[in-house]
Design a protein around this ligand. Structure first.
Ligand code: ACO
Ligand code: PYR
Length: 536
């Protein structure tokens, strides 16, 4: 069974709050989706704004391997002849092989929004589609509000579909524009439509009831062959049906064939790429493509997966280009710790006393405020220390911080630091935006002479969390630092009642880990490149 995927990230997706793509972003995404094997890509509404207009002009120059580009708009305005209608002519002017227009299926919308008679609405649908079709376009007809229309007046809703078919639509798409229809209602209505309307059927769901993916899947199982949706579920209000979930579900679980099938391992990358260009945080809890989709925290689960991955994973993460991860926390057992230890000391056994000691140590530290889920590098150092594999890169002789505020001038921070490396000593000073920044600059400056390879290592994120708020300024704080050398990134943690002390602890781990990583790379050891070293 073959299913066609129709992506509307660049049109309906951009109707979502906070979603914006430039022309260049849209062009890049079209290329990505084409390479992925998406069948139809809707790029925007050409007459709606200059950007979408420019997009279609540029998109006409693209040579796509697989996808057909679609231009989107509405049926003609009442009292216009199709030949004189700007929207329809704009759609033709894009020269896309496919045009998609939405028309009214709900009697309420025809009468109260378009303010035309029900008969006139049928005429509008039919002659709009006919005009586009007679200009040699493949016409996809989006029956807006179809399910609500069907519930209000089934005969009329079906008549609107027949009008589109008479006009020459090759696919009629049943839309749940308000997102309120339940999956089983979808199935029932779709079954009736199939017996009444002889055409290729598609579906388009919004997620206002949290059921858009379920409805899409059940619609395909009922016989729809064309599914519209967006990557990451972007779209108006609560979003559209999420193609990042629908695609792998249909292919991997239900055995459907699709253009994407051969390239499914690119799915996570494409989904992240689109988040990146939308300048939105990637939703890590998304099924299949989220960072947490294969992240296991409970000790018993990690143990079971290591014995047989099928015991706790519904698919293999690699099938969609994602990665399994084991998270360090107070919910870990020896199996979780062992998997981390084995990255450093490969043949360690589960009953090795170090493994139990590290497990207990982790739980105690977490109880006193540490959190290792995002501080994998600090835990890496703890393992090395436990196994006697850690050698300090430097010793602190001392540091002094001066924080000064004069009148309306910005706060100035200055750090002076004295460190020892082997038999040598180094004293440096540095200024910074704040005390931690000054300290960070000073320590890096001091160590550069001994470890020039750390020149490209720097802090990329610094987070402070107050742990026992009821103690006011005497509260304990947890500092999490993320560092990077441009390719790898790693997290470290420090906890103290003094924010400088907590920051220093996290900073030292960050630098020690960075030096070890660089050394391992240089020695061409087993330095496993890490985005986050808790990836398995
Ligand atoms: C379900 C969906 O997501 S459909 C996609 C919706 N997307 C968008 O609206 C984004 C782009 N839209 C726009 O840029 C503008 O709304 C435009 C250019 C389309 C129209 O702008 P304006 O002419 O200023 O009209 P406005 O937005 O105020 O109202 C929409 C008009 O379209 C009409 N309209 C709505 N649906 C349809 C339709 N299917 N067929 C024909 N006309 C329609 C409305 O009746 C209204 O007409 P009126 O001004 O005669 O009352
Ligand atoms: C066509 C469309 O976007 C909708 O009905 O939701």
């Amino acid at each position: 069974m073959r299913v066609l995927f129709y992506d509307t990230t660049l049109r309906d997706g951009t109707q979502g709050e906070g979603v914006y793509f430039s022309v260049q972003d849209k062009l890049r995404i079209v290329r990505k989706l084409d390479l992925l094997g998406i069948d139809y890509i809707e790029g925007g509404w050409p007459g709606a704004n200059p950007k979408d207009w420019e997009f279609y002009q540029e998109a006409a120059k693209l040579r796509l391997n697989h996808a057909k580009l679609a231009a989107f708009g509405s049926t003609r305005r009442a009292n216009h002849r199709p030949e004189d209608d700007k929207t329809l002519n704009d759609l033709l002017a894009t020269k896309t092989p496919v045009v998609t227009i939405f028309g009214k299926s709900w009697d309420l919308h025809a009468q109260e929004v378009l303010r035309v008679s029900l008969a006139e609405n049928l005429q509008i649908i039919e002659d709009s589609v006919r005009y586009l079709h007679s200009n040699q376009r493949e016409v996809v007809y989006d029956a807006e509000h179809f399910f609500d229309g069907y519930k209000s007046n089934p005969d009329y809703a079906l008549e609107t579909l027949r009008a589109a078919i008479r006009g020459g639509a090759s696919t009629v798409v049943l839309c749940d524009t308000n997102g309120g229809t339940m999956p089983l209602e979808v199935v029932e209505i779709l079954k009736t439509v199939q017996t009444q309307v002889p055409v290729q059927l598609g579906v388009h769901f919004h997620n206002d009831s949290g059921t858009a993916v379920a409805s899409s899947i059940m619609a395909v199982q009922t016989g729809a062959v064309h599914v519209q949706g967006t990557f990451n579920g972007y779209g108006e209000r609560c979003g559209n049906a999420n193609l990042s979930s629908i695609i792998p579900t249909l292919i991997l679980k239900l055995g459907y064939d699709a253009g994407v099938k051969e390239n499914l391992t690119q799915l996570t990358e494409v989904s992240r790429y689109i988040s990146e260009l939308a300048n939105l945080h990637h939703d890590e809890r998304q099924p299949y493509v989220g960072g947490s989709a294969f992240a296991h925290k409970a000790g018993t689960h990690v143990d079971a997966i290591l014995k047989n991955p099928l015991s706790l994973e519904h698919i293999r993460s690699e099938q969609v280009g994602n990665k399994r991860r084991f998270l360090l926390s107070d919910q870990a057992g020896r199996s979780t710790i062992l998997s981390k230890v084995r990255e450093i000391v490969p043949n360690t056994k589960k009953d090795d006393p170090h493994v139990l000691a590290l497990t207990n140590h982790l739980k105690q530290l977490e109880n006193s405020g540490y959190q290792f889920e995002a501080a994998d590098a600090s835990f890496d150092l703890l393992i090395k220390k436990a196994f006697g594999l850690f050698e300090k890169a430097f010793t602190l002789e001392g540091f002094r911080l001066i924080v000064e505020k004069r009148g309306d001038q910005p706060v100035l921070a200055e750090a002076t630091i004295k460190v020892g490396v082997g038999d040598e000593q180094e004293i440096t000073a540095a200024e910074g935006d704040g005390p931690v920044n000054a300290l960070d600059s000073a320590i890096r400056k001091a160590l550069l002479r001994f470890y020039p390879e750390i020149a490209d290592v720097g802090l990329v994120d610094y987070k402070v969390r107050v742990l026992d708020e009821d103690r006011g300024t005497a509260s304990k704080v947890r500092v999490l630092i993320e560092s990077s050398d441009g390719t790898n990134s790693w997290g470290t943690v420090g906890v103290s009642e003094n924010i400088i002390e907590a920051s220093w602890e996290a900073l030292v781990d960050s630098i020690e880990y960075g030096i070890l990583l660089k050394k391992a790379q240089r020695d061409n050891h087993s330095a496993k490149p890490k985005r986050s070293s808790n990836e398995n």
